[in-house]
Structures are given as structure tokens and as C-alpha cells.
Write a protein that binds this ligand. Structure first.
Ligand SMILES: Cc1ncc(COP(=O)(O)O)c(C=O)c1O
Length: 359
């Protein structure tokens, strides 16, 4: 199957084969070495100039998001949530689940947030401590303005919390320059590892602040995860050992390809797909200047349901992805993350054309 959903993505044989390295005990030095190597490689890829630490959490992207949120807002302070999609909404639901006070700036899913409104919201409420935003809204493929928001949070001395679960590895970002204090990533999207591991990148200056916040969760606590990983070379609870093999291998591949190389490969793939979608008369949901390098949301072809389109393409070996929420009946999404060749994409377009033409 060629996976054109935004994760878990198609992985290389090298990543899949790494699972067979063998069974080891997570309390032995062999695992400590893998843990330390993997953490160092995350930092090498995403914080090459230093200034950040990282903790890897066994759990999908949402686990690290929960850990990041419930560990970073002090009692009696608030989180400002910039919400323009399903994943902005998820941050809001996490804050509610932990009974963290929040201020929400809600936008239409096809809209970018208004920078002046964000600054006004910060100025109006001195209890706001953390400002959260999604880097790449996977709902629509929209890239949010990190650099501009980072400049504002820095100016007002707020913590910028970024969900880059579908961004890291596929989009340009410079954590230090963009003033990102806490950033969440996952192994199985643009990093091209396997599902089951996610991570929190934390600016070194934030560690002391987080340390002063009483834990709201035993498992999903950034400081206890970080301390155990840094000081003892272990994870506090049983980690998904074999998934670590695959994560380290995927990071090696990314280092070999370079982040820029990967971004360029994804850019080439999405430009090809978007040109072909237009040729086939499919309408892009968002203006191209808003779009990420990896997701294209499209209106369904005339007189065709998503189920028909999905099932016909699945029979031919391609997995596409539905719209979410309100967009569920009207759009579909194509992701070009992962180990995909131009031949795969050309074959997909040929099959898509046949299905649209009813052949
Ligand atoms: C932007 C974003 N944040 C968070 C998540 C949640 O990740 P997971 O499904 O791995 O828990 C996703 C998943 O697609 C995502 O795209």
C-alpha cells in the first residue's frame, strides 16, 4: 500500500528491518546507549546550535502534547490557545482535561491567526503564561506564522508552545530564531520512523520554570521524563524498545538526507501533485501561499463521495485521507510525507485520473 495519509507514513526497508535487532532489557546499558543516541540525534537535527534538551515519550504525538501542556502552565496562570483547526482544538481539550485555565482565539479553519489579536490578548490578561499554536495544521495543510508569533511571545516574555507533530522534518523552522520554547514532535510523520514514540524539545532556560510546577500527571510529566533520561539514562516506565531502534535509524536517514534535502524532496512532490490536481480539475482548499510542503486538501470531485473515491483507490493500492469535522463530507486530503518515490506519485495520479473518469 502506498500511504498518502499524514502518518503513519511509508517507511524505508532499512527502518523496518531495524526492528529485528533483537530483544534487550530497558534497564541495561544497551538501551541507555540507544536512548542517549536517539536523544542526541533529535537535538542534532532540530537544535543544531544547542540551547535545547529533549525527552522521548512512549506514546503517540498526543502523549507528548499532553505532557508538554500539563507540565508547563503554573497553577493560577493561563494558556492562550491559537485554534484554527482540529489540532488547535485538541490543545484546548487537553487544557480542559487538566483543568488548566485557558483563553482561546478561535479562527476559521481556512484562516491564519491575526497577529495583532494575539498581542492584544496577551496584553489584556496578565495571567497568560504560555501561548500555544500548531505549526502545521494537519486538518487543512495550513502553515501558521511561527516567526511572527515567536517575536510577540518573546517581546512579552511568554512561553511559546508549538505543536510541530506534522511539521518537524518537513517544514522550515529554526527553534531558537523563531523563539520556540517548547516544541512537540513525533517519530512517524516527516521523520519517517514508526508510530509509538514522540518527543518534547525544551529550551534549557525553561527547565527551571517547569521544575517549579507541581506534577499534574505521573507518566506524562516532562521534568520526570527528562530527569530520568538525562541522569539515569533510562525511561521512568517501560519504553517501546523496538520502536527506538526504528526511530534512531530514521534519524540517521534524516541526518544523511539533511532536513533541507528532505524539505526539498517533499516540496518537489507536493508541487508535482498540486500541478496534476489542477490539471484534473480538482480545487485546492487553501491558497498555495498558506500550504505546507506535505499536505494538500482538495474538494471532492463532482458527484463523487469520499467513500467511493477512497475505496476505489484502496483497491488500486493507494490510501488517501478524509477531511475532519465540518470538512468531512466535502474534502479529501493527500499527504506526501514518507518514503515515496516520484514513480509512486505518478502512479497515484494515473489511478486518480482513472477513478475520476469512471474507468
Ligand atoms: C498537528 C498534529 N498534532 C497532533 C497530532 C496527534 O498525533 P497522534 O495521532 O500521533 O497522537 C497530529 C496527528 O495527526 C497532528 O497532525
Amino acid at each position: 500500500m502506498i500511504l498518502l495519509n499524514p502518518g503513519p507514513v511509508c517507511t524505508s526497508e532499512r527502518v523496518r528491518n531495524s526492528l529485528l535487532k533483537g530483544d534487550i532489557c530497558h534497564r541495561e546499558s544497551e538501551f541507555s546507549t540507544i536512548l542517549s543516541n536517539t536523544r542526541n540525534k533529535i537535538l542534532q537535527v532540530f537544535a543544531p546550535n544547542g540551547g535545547y534538551v529533549t525527552a522521548i515519550i512512549t506514546g503517540s504525538g498526543t502523549a507528548s502534547l499532553e505532557a508538554g501542556i500539563c507540565s508547563s502552565v503554573s497553577e493560577g496562570r493561563k494558556i492562550l490557545i491559537i485554534n484554527n483547526g482540529v489540532y488547535g482544538e485538541r490543545i484546548s481539550r487537553i487544557a480542559s482535561a487538566y483543568k488548566i485555565d485557558k483563553v482561546e482565539l478561535k479562527y476559521d479553519w481556512l484562516e491564519r491567526p491575526d497577529i495583532n489579536q494575539i498581542e492584544d490578548a496577551i496584553l489584556q490578561d496578565t495571567e497568560i503564561e504560555v501561548v500555544s499554536m500548531v505549526h502545521h495544521e494537519t486538518t487543512t495543510g495550513l502553515i501558521n506564522p511561527i516567526h511572527e508569533v515567536g517575536a510577540i511571545t518573546k517581546k512579552h516574555n511568554k512561553t511559546l508552545f508549538l505543536d510541530s507533530v506534522s511539521g518537524l522534518g518537513g517544514e522550515e523552522i529554526d527553534l531558537a530564531n523563531d523563539n520556540v520554547d517548547i516544541c512537540i514532535g513525533t517519530a512517524n510523520k516527516c521523520i519517517q520512523g514508526l508510530p509509538g514514540l514522540s518527543f518534547v524539545l525544551l529550551k534549557k532556560e525553561e527547565v527551571q520554570r517547569l521544575r517549579s510546577i507541581p506534577p499534574r500527571s505521573l507518566y506524562l510529566n516532562v521534568i520526570s521524563q527528562l530527569d530520568e533520561q538525562e541522569q539515569k539514562g533510562e525511561c521512568p516506565f517501560t519504553p517501546s524498545v523496538h520502536t527506538f531502534y526504528a526511530f534512531e535509524e530514521a534519524l540517521d536517514e534524516l541526518l544523511e538526507e539533511s532536513v533541507l534535502g528532505r524539505i526539498n524532496r517533499y516540496k518537489k512532490a507536493s508541487s508535482y501533485l498540486r500541478k496534476e490536481f489542477k490539471r484534473l480539475g480538482l480545487e485546492l482548499l487553501l491558497p498555495e501561499e498558506f500550504l505546507s510542503n506535505t499536505i494538500t486538501a482538495l474538494s471532492l470531485p463532482n458527484n463523487m463521495t469520499y467513500v467511493h473515491l477512497h475505496d476505489s483507490l484502496k483497491e488500486r493500492g493507494f490510501i488517501i485521507y478524509a477531511g475532519q469535522g465540518l470538512l468531512n463530507k466535502t474534502i479529501f486530503r493527500i499527504a506526501n510525507m514518507g518514503e515515496l518515490t516520484m514513480n509512486d506519485l505518478e502512479a497515484f495520479i494515473a489511478n486518480l485520473e482513472e477513478v475520476i473518469d469512471g474507468r
